[in-house]
Design a protein around this ligand. Sequence first.
Ligand code: NAD
Length: 502
Amino acid sequence: MHVAASEKQKALANVHNVQLYIDGRFVNAESNQEFDNINPFTNEKINSVASGGKEDIHKAALAAKRAFKGEWGNMKQKERLAFIYKIADLIDEHVEELAPLESYDTGLPLSITKKMVSRASQNFRFYAEMVSSRMVGDAYQVDDEFLNYTIHKPVGVAGLITPWNAPFMLETWKIAPALATGNTVILKPAEWSPLTANKLAEIIDKSGLPDGVFNVVHGFGETAGASLVAHEDVELISFTGETTTGSEIMKNGADALKRFSMELGGKSPIIVFDDADLTRALDACTWGIFSFNGERCTANSRLYIHEDVADRFIAALKERVDNIRVGDPLDERTQVGPLIHKEHFENVNSYLEIAKEEGCEVYQGRVPEEYKRGNYVPPTILLNADNSMRVVQEEIFGPVLAVMTFRDEEEVIELANDVRYGLAGYVWTKDIQRGHRVSQAVNAGMLWLNSQNVRDLRTPFGGSKHSGIGREGGYYAFEFYTEMQVVHVALGDHNIPQFGKK
Ligand code: NAD
């Protein structure tokens, strides 16, 4: 039976308050402070969330260190991986619950959260399988005298700091490799999206994972987040979020020489040549910027359309924008929902004002009157944009596409690369040589040629320039969460220089 979206909103309204999860127990913050969690669809309070700080991080770090040195650290790999598979199974059992919860908390349409949440369990299985075969690395036989081989060991307590867009997927993307490789974890989820992180704590608690192996400290970046970065027992920080936050975190962790993984912002170009399959390019362009409410790091927020096909393409784009279904995130048919938070909504709207001041024509879709309480920004395209504008240079992180035209290959490569970011890029052309040439010339960690954001768990994910340092996913995350050691073994009594011998 089809359940009306408003009924689904009501059904979730009694979700309980959120506590911290430390050392296998759900607890209040030491300070007893809480913050309000707000529904982006109504801007009403959902519940209260324990606001963790320095003392809570310290408690979590002690518990995580104890678990690492004790039961978890000494556990046989097979036993440890059994927990990882169990967590994956439990996530699968809760998919029907997790996806609406995430949509309710973030405003992301249900069609998106369903996909994202079901990918989470795959993260756990993928890394459990990788660990079974990869903890021993390469071996080198040296002159028949030595055998050198590498092993991968867990690093210790891993601090994971995550954003609010696709929270459950991004959290498990870090947690799965961290735990499967034998580390213990403190997760600091984004303050605007605590619900599924809390559900994950409940799921992991149910799995029977030993106390202290997995901890969740909710709270603000400047308090809980900063304390996690500064804590001396936390060996590494995996961060996904804004570029400015990443740079702040690196400064704060520099004295302790923390190991960092940085997945940061983006302002990714989509380049459409005149020989491209324009219908498919239009599908990809529309989906790539307006799905996820535009709150996606790899969103193609800059369109470069070849001048010979620009009029046709832009007319078709406007028609799409007119027809995108803006609605309740819990409605299966909704394509664009409300932005995560009033503050973010105001920030995105301020960019629309800037766009006008900079000389853009702002073309927008429609938000039905009944949704005006929520943080809705209609699908928007900025016409007559150019690379000198702030709206082209800065990440807006909403359903806003800047549109520009170009004349030739050389020009468009220069324009595409003329931003400080380098996360993703998209190229559309039927000319195979040009396709490869331009793809390789665009400075982006990930480039999709005649394709849109399809991802495989084995492939690296991450950006260049101000979009990040390092890569997540596949073997790259495995390397980040492990310490490589070389063991040098003598196969016989080789010659050792004899110092000081008479
Ligand atoms: P944000 O940087 O504001 O916050 C991210 C996390 O960092 C939150 O948990 C926050 O509490 C914490 N934080 C804030 N200040 C901190 C500090 N001083 N010390 C420690 N922690 C701190 O980012 P956001 O607004 O939550 O997320 C949106 C951003 O994330 C966008 O820029 C987007 O492009 C980026 N993002 C990147 C990727 C990627 O893979 N490259 C993926 C998703 C999102």
